[in-house]
Write a new protein. Structure first.
Length: 208
């Protein structure tokens, strides 16, 4: 997490860490390689590819932060290589706050959440907006897996730093698909019991 920590731990942050007694512990996260961007490995690629949404943070030209949710089928965020993410952005409410912010400041923060397993991956990067048909990298097009809707543009994020966060205070939540998988056995058992009940009622009726 060396690069992520070097980006996130500004002088003001370090002063607060000193005040609150965590500076020594945080020092270990800084490491020595401040210049090299963190790399997306198999664990990060697999985690991102399984997500059906993430939070995207930008900063306006006046310094105000803005956070937006991006959703789609698992795999709509494409991991192109160890340094690059990309996804096809579709038309929303047409306010274009995120796009406007990126035009003035390309720094972005991405939060990928797995509420069911209480896991999150934080990514810092620099975003670039390209024509929707200009899908970079090898082995695919954004249409392979994408969010439904009118294609607006392609958003490419070059990763600067990443960090896995602890599970503390993450409230478990489950999507419809996750609940369906978890409850499949329960539904099957209910169906069996309903058939059993139907047969028993039929027998009782025949006795009358």
């Amino acid at each position: 997490m060396s690069r992520y920590a070097h980006v996130a731990f500004t002088d003001d942050v370090r002063r607060v860490q000193e005040e609150r007694g965590s500076a020594a512990a945080m020092e270990r996260l800084l490491g020595t390689d401040a210049g090299r961007a963190d790399r997306l490995g198999p664990a990060e690629a697999g985690f991102i590819g399984a997500r059906d949404g993430f939070y995207l943070g930008t900063v306006s030209e006046t310094g105000w932060p803005y956070i937006q949710f991006r959703g789609g089928p698992p795999g709509f965020v494409h991991v192109l290589d160890e340094e690059t993410l990309a996804f096809l952005d579709v038309r929303g409410n047409r306010q274009y706050i995120t796009a406007g912010n990126i035009r003035g400041n390309d720094r972005v923060s991405l939060f990928f959440m797995d509420y069911a397993h209480r896991t999150r991956l934080k990514v810092l990067g620099r975003a670039e907006i390209r024509d929707a048909g200009e899908f970079p990298g090898t082995g695919g097009r954004p249409e392979d897996v994408r969010t439904e809707g009118h294609e607006e543009w392609l958003m490419v994020v070059r990763v600067e730093g990443l960090a896995w966060n602890c599970a503390k205070h993450i409230t478990p939540r489950f999507s419809e698909a996750e609940l369906a998988d978890a409850l499949a056995g329960v539904y099957e058992r209910i169906a069996e019991l309903e058939e059993e009940n139907k047969e028993l009622r039929s027998r009782l009726g025949a006795r009358d």
